[in-house]
Design a protein around this ligand. Structure first.
Ligand SMILES: [Zn+2]
Length: 356
């Protein structure tokens, strides 16, 4: 009897133990599965901007790209942190005031992470405006009368730009410390910032036309002056001040305006009343009259300068061969005793005869 009871007891104990073990295993396995699922569910990836969300830089200031960081990780146990490469698009141009958006993207599998930053390029400050005007004043202080009577003087003038070759031309002028005059247009709006660059480097900026369309600007006096003032708005935005100098499209002697008889007579007579001085030229590089090589322009210039004391020279900085020509012409002229001056208030105007 006792033996029987003991056996039963032992069997029950074994059964209990086995049950307990099974329950424990099931519980541990469940906890493991739960932890695994929770761990996986806690997977995250994110992108974070380095630096500020909005950045402001001065006109012509420097933009430092701080970038962004992207990474993935498991939030629950904080394990498995991985960095994800970030692509950056958008490039603020400190020469052009305005708001720029920079987009940072990172790819985590199919998920695209994105962050944005706004960079504001400020317009010209009062200090910058004053500095630009001071530069211009410094280079236009001298007049032709400050030179001896036998001093030969060249006013280099460049029309129709700024364009693709203007920056290179500015480099050439800098190399020889020569100051010139730019009669500007909006033929190539992408190069608008070069107008500010011309002023910054001590050249005179003057109005040509905004549209540079003869069929448009000479339709009426109103059309003409509104085109000139629109160009001067851009000059003011870029250089800090409106220009008092202008050159007619085609010059004062042009006949492209013939479709509107007498318009040039009216315009040339009303220039002063509009607050401008206008300039023609007495020497041409020929760069828009059929000469299409640097060597040809150089020959034209050498022969046209002649014995003239003051030469107002017509060139176009939108012609690559003319810019090439300047590489040779400027050192030749300096070697031959010429001095270069930018147009100033009261400079020689080299007016043409008016034909219309
Ligand atoms: Zn022109």
């Amino acid at each position: 009897m006792n033996e029987e009871k003991k056996k039963i007891k032992a069997r029950r104990k074994r059964k209990r133990m086995i049950s307990m073990m099974i329950i424990t295993i099931v519980m541990l396995a469940s906890i493991g599965v739960l932890c695994y699922v929770a761990h996986k569910a806690s997977y995250q990836s994110e992108i974070i901007l380095n630096g500020e969300e909005t950045v402001s830089i001065p006109w012509y200031g420097e933009y430092k790209e701080d970038g962004a960081s992207a990474y993935s990780y498991y939030k629950l146990f904080g394990r498995g942190e991985k960095e994800i490469p970030v692509d950056i698009s958008g490039n603020p141009d400190p020469k052009h005031p305005g708001d720029y958006t920079i987009t940072y993207t990172a790819k985590d599998g199919d998920k695209v992470l994105e962050a944005k930053r706004t960079v504001t390029v400020q317009p010209m400050s009062d200090e910058q405006r004053a500095a630009l005007i001071a530069i211009r004043d410094a280079f236009t202080k001298k007049t032709v009368d400050d030179y001896p009577e036998d001093q030969k003087i060249i006013f280099l003038t460049f029309d129709d730009g700024p364009g693709a070759y203007t920056e290179r031309l500015l480099g050439i002028l800098d190399k020889y410390d020569v100051k010139a005059t730019f009669f500007v247009t909006q033929n190539f709006p992408d190069y608008k910032n070069m107008i500010g660059e011309e002023a910054r480097r001590g050249h005179t900026v003057a109005v040509h036309t905004k549209s540079h369309q003869p069929k448009q600007v000479y339709t009426s006096e109103e059309a003409f002056w509104s085109d000139i003032e629109a160009m001067n708005d851009i000059i003011e935005e870029q250089t800090g001040e409106r220009s008092k100098f202008m050159r007619f499209l085609g010059g004062g002697s042009n006949t492209i305006s013939k479709y509107n008889p007498g318009i040039m007579t009216k315009l040339t007579q009303s220039v002063e009343a509009h607050g401008y001085q206008y300039f023609d030229w007495n020497v041409s590089s020929g760069d828009s009259d059929g000469t299409k090589t640097a060597e040809g322009c150089l020959q034209n210039l050498k022969s046209e300068l002649g014995e003239r004391r003051v030469s107002v020279v017509l060139c176009h900085d939108i012609k690559e061969y003319l810019v090439d020509c300047m590489e040779d012409f400027i050192p030749w002229a300096l070697d031959n005793g010429y001095v270069f001056m930018p147009i100033y208030d009261g400079a020689p105007t080299a007016h043409h005869k008016v034909f219309n």
